[in-house]
Write a protein that binds this ligand. Structure first.
Ligand SMILES: NC(=O)c1ccc[n+]([C@@H]2O[C@H](COP(=O)([O-])OP(=O)(O)OC[C@H]3O[C@@H](n4cnc5c(N)ncnc54)[C@H](OP(=O)(O)O)[C@@H]3O)[C@@H](O)[C@H]2O)c1
Length: 305
């Protein structure tokens, strides 16, 4: 029998509560489906309510006893993030798992409701604010974890502090890479800050390798079908996220990805990342910029956001 981690090893976890962002489709949906199967209460945090309700119906059809809820969340709007967090905190007194999954890849240049470059806003800044706003619940919940979904494409760019919002020139690829590096830097730094403050909540990063989802929607129509030939299915791509969320051996500050060739597919294992992503000086600059942009202050007054 393989000694690799798999979902069959994970016991049912009734009473635990998870939030999954971007849970209506792709990796977020597959993650929510498996969490619901393990008897967690799962909140589908999605920007489109009817898509979220359709995903909920699919999960309940698969597992009729699933406890699935929906609340609107548009990560490209800080107002929406604040409304989601306030509504969630009204409805729930605890939060065991926050899966920061939602994302967009390489759209034409656009800005968010708050004037931020859209990929940075959606993939990173919205999740930075969301995590900060939900932190009081997380730190009050024993065994809680935050999973930040990064990507192999974090290697495409470092964080351009001189032009964070790509005002001097927009490269779709660079902006996506920057946003995914920011998610990784954030995951490591959140763990450092939680540990320094004496909280037991763990912050873990994960990446799915390459999986066939709707993420390639901005790719040319002729190229998209090629993906189906070599990308792993979304359910397989979700395994590193689920491993990061559920495996008891996980330590805060770890990065989980697939074990196959170039980490593009396979079973979830601990992986490493480059020195820049782990550099506390980069993290400190990013954190300061993120607090200034989102007006969301962590830990010191985390409950007051
Ligand atoms: N697929 C891969 O190979 C791969 C590789 C590396 C990393 N990732 C990462 O994995 C995560 C999930 O992506 P995926 O592959 O599952 O893509 P996907 O199928 O396109 O799903 C993305 C999800 O994010 C949601 N979303 C987009 N913008 C949002 C916003 N402003 N507010 C709230 N939700 C928003 C989408 O909602 P709508 O359905 O309403 O658009 C959808 O639910 C992303 O962070 C991505 O960067 C994926």
């Amino acid at each position: 029998m393989s000694n690799k981690w798999n979902l069959a090893q994970v016991p049912a976890q009734p009473g635990r509560v998870a939030v999954v962002t971007g849970a209506n489709i792709g990796l977020g949906y597959e993650t929510a489906l498996e969490l619901a199967r393990k008897d967690l209460t799962v909140m589908l945090a999605c920007r489109n309510v009817s898509k979220a309700e359709a995903a909920k119906a699919r999960i309940v059809q698969a597992y009729p006893s699933a406890k699935v809820e929906c609340l609107p969340l548009d990560l490209s709007s800080l107002r929406s993030v604040r409304e989601f967090a306030a509504d969630f905190r009204q409805q729930h007194e605890k939060l065991d798992l926050l899966i920061n999954n939602a994302g967009i890849m390489m759209p034409p240049q656009a800005v968010s409701a708050d004037g931020f470059e859209l990929q940075l806003a959606t993939n990173y800044l919205g999740h930075f604010a969301l995590t900060g706003l939900l932190l009081p619940l997380l730190v009050a919940t024993p065994g809680s974890r935050v999973v930040s979904v990064s990507s192999l494409s974090y290697k495409w760019a470092e964080i351009d502090f001189a032009d964070l919002q790509a005002k001097k020139g927009y490269s779709r690829r660079k902006a996506y890479g920057q946003s995914k590096r920011a998610c990784l830097v954030f995951a490591y730094e959140l763990q450092r800050r939680l540990a320094a403050a004496g909280y037991g909540t763990q912050s873990v990063a994960a990446h799915p390798g390459l999986a066939k989802t709707n993420l390639d929607q901005y790719f040319p129509a002729l190229i998209r079908p090629l993906g189906s030939l070599f990308l792993q299915p979304a359910a397989q791509g979700a395994l590193p996220l689920l491993h990061a969320a559920l495996a008891p051996t996980i330590q805060g500050g770890e990065f989980i990805g697939p074990d196959g060739f170039q980490q593009m597919r396979g079973q979830p294992v601990r992986v490493d990342s480059d020195g820049n992503s782990k550099d506390p000086r980069v993290a400190a600059r990013l954190w300061q910029a993120s607090e200034e942009l989102t007006k969301c202050l962590y830990l010191n007054g985390a409950g007051d956001n």
